[in-house]
Design a protein around this ligand. Structure first.
Ligand code: MEV
Length: 448
């Protein structure tokens, strides 16, 4: 079917948007309209806030708001909010957090919180000529951006330094001004980009004013001014450790020593093989993203930065580390996490606001630690399953509920299926056959 096109969709009222969509793209417009509307919030004020977050919204896309209790970080116990679409992520984080709670919990250390941004420009002069007057350019920029920095400076943040980068060996006349920022408790994207765009204008003027530059040199072509989501200096390290014998017994008769060996080997696999590293890190981000979303932070930014960091030596590698030393098992994660606890959606999104309250209003450094700890917990739970029982048993058990919903199982059928699959492998096919046989038997009983 050829889909209709429309001009001025964004100008329609919400009702008009829904109407156009359901009438043109669905077989059952009235039902779909009712369903889409049923996801809208009764609280009009909150709904208005959600509508303001994005454009052309016609409903809300709902995901579970879950929590992982018993997350001990630096001696403080948190209930951590998590938003994810993947079953077993929250169960895994919770179980790993509980495991480590009785073994001292997670420790964290913030290495630094520095963020960066660049003005990418094309200039036909010699690097040395520009380098010679870098201090004057810096002074002009610092003077011009001063008014934009007032609030951030009051909070102890701002532009830390500006460096000139020469990429002309890789592209003719390509240079950068690289800015280093401290944005305190805000993620700082708007602050950084505003500063960079102002600085780009200052650069234009500065070049025009250079009397000993020739005509070409006076023209600088700023191509773009933008923050970088690669933040290798905005780093948090988290770890959990205990004497090996305290790790306990594991499924399949694996003792603590064997477990520790197998576990460290699994971490090593992800250091060696990018295929394994990608899945290993995906597991870490299962936890990280869920908390980042629950706190209305930018999970794409954190994912992008994390994966770039994972490839910082030229090969993509697992982000976590494992060490067995002097009878001690130590599992750690070092990762860039650039988040905010003030500004942006963090103080606007009604549920995100509750997430912060739930965790006792952490500042950015504390939240970096909590997020990293959940990433490590997630990775621990995944590897623990992988090297012992495998993940499918637990995973498919969680998935059984979803399969039963899809098969429209009634409460009686659900109970029977949960009992039946207690020790059996869950698959969509197996569950379908089981439910169908229940239904057939019932049919038989009715007709005899
Ligand atoms: C599944 O979402 C995540 C895992 O594949 C992670 C891993 O393999 O380490 C279980």
């Amino acid at each position: 079917m050829e889909k209709k096109t429309i001009t001025g969709f964004s100008k329609l009222s919400k009702r008009g948007k829904i109407k156009w969509i359901v009438e043109n793209f669905f077989k059952d417009p009235e039902n779909v309209m009712r369903e889409l509307k049923s996801y809208l919030l009764d609280n009009e004020e909150h709904q208005k806030i959600l509508d303001g977050i994005s454009e052309n919204s016609i409903s809300n896309y709902v995901l579970p708001y879950s929590v992982a209790p018993n997350v001990r970080v630096n001696g403080k116990t948190y209930v951590v909010p998590m938003v994810t679409e993947e079953s077993s992520v929250v169960a895994a984080a919770s179980s790993a957090a509980k495991f480590w709670m009785s073994r001292g919990g997670f420790q964290t250390r913030i290495h630094d919180t520095e963020k960066v941004g660049h003005i990418h420009f094309i200039w036909s002069g010699q690097f040395e000529k520009l380098h010679d007057r870098l201090d004057s350019l810096r002074n002009k920029i610092f003077t011009d951006i001063h008014p934009l920095c007032a609030n951030m400076s009051a909070r102890g943040g701002g532009v830390k330094r500006i460096e000139l980068k020469d990429f002309s060996d890789q592209m003719t006349n390509y240079y950068q001004l690289m800015f280093f920022f401290e944005t305190k408790d805000s993620m700082g994207a708007n602050f950084i980009n505003s500063i960079l765009e102002q600085a780009a204008q200052s650069m234009d003027q500065f070049f025009l004013e250079q009397e000993d530059f020739d005509e070409n040199e006076r023209e600088v072509d700023v191509q773009m001014s933008i923050l970088s989501n690669y933040t290798p200096e905005c780093i948090v390290e988290t770890w959990a450790e205990c004497p090996i014998e305290d790790l306990g017994e594991f499924s399949g008769g694996i003792n603590a020593y064997e477990f520790a060996q197998r576990f460290c080997r699994a971490v090593q696999f992800a250091k060696i093989d990018p295929y394994r590293a990608t899945t290993h890190n995906k597991g870490i981000f299962n936890g990280i993203d869920a908390v980042v979303i629950a706190t209305a932070n930018d999970f794409r930014a954190i994912e992008a930065g994390g994966h770039a960091y994972a490839a910082r030596d030229g090969q993509y590698r697992g982000l976590s580390d494992c060490k067995i030393e002097n009878g001690q098992f130590r599992f750690s994660l070092t990762i860039p996490i650039s988040i905010g606890t003030v500004g942006g959606l963090t103080s606007l999104h009604p549920v995100a606001k509750r997430s912060f309250e739930l965790m006792g209003h952490p500042d950015a450094r504390e939240l970096m630690g909590i997020i990293a700890a959940i990433g490590l917990a997630q990775n621990f739970a995944a590897l623990r399953s992988l090297i012992t029982t495998g993940i499918q048993k637990g995973h498919m058990r969680m998935h059984l509920g979803n399969i039963l919903i899809q098969l429209q199982a009634n409460p009686e059928e659900k109970e029977a299926a949960i009992d039946h699959f207690e020790d059996l492998t869950v698959s969509f096919q197996n569950v379908r056959v089981f439910i169908e046989s229940l239904r057939k038997n019932k049919q038989k009983v009715i007709s005899t």
